[in-house]
Ligand binder design. Structure first.
Ligand code: HEC
Length: 103
């Protein structure tokens, strides 16, 4: 009985820890490459993207990108950009990744 309670408590702590994990720029890069690279230059290595679309580096260099602005932007996308229905976590990862490009 007590062991079962312990296991359940441990499992719940694990789930909570997973939910509250810190934003992961590596994950953000994977998301960017999957969902954004067809239009944006998402990394310095990428050579081709759509004309007239700001690169993620240019966006990063403006320095005004936060989780909130990106989230607001992605939940109300610009006309040419598809609604990708990203989760808050994915947006946080993306923000961490794009922020890192400014360095
Ligand atoms: C189908 C093409 C397309 C895709 C896919 C796309 N974008 Fe865009 N994005 C654009 C265009 C075009 C603009 C610039 C025009 C505008 O702002 O309306 C833009 C602009 C932006 C901006 C700048 C907004 C500003 O304040 O100037 C951000 C940030 C952005 N995109 C993020 C993303 C992210 C993150 C993804 C992937 C999850 C993504 N985009 C995927 C086409 C796209």
């Amino acid at each position: 009985m007590r062991i079962r309670t312990l296991i359940i408590t441990f499992a719940m702590a694990l789930v909570a820890a997973a939910g509250a994990r810190a934003a992961d720029p590596a994950e953000g890069q994977a998301i960017a490459q999957r969902w954004c690279a067809s239009c944006h230059l998402v990394s310095p290595e990428q050579e081709r993207a759509m004309d007239g679309v700001p690169s993620f580096q240019a966006i990063a260099a403006r320095g005004d990108l936060t989780g909130e602005t990106l989230e607001a932007f992605l939940t109300d996308p610009h006309p040419v950009m598809p609604d990708m229905a990203l989760t808050r976590e994915e947006i946080a990862d993306l923000t961490a990744y794009i922020d890192g490009l400014a360095e």
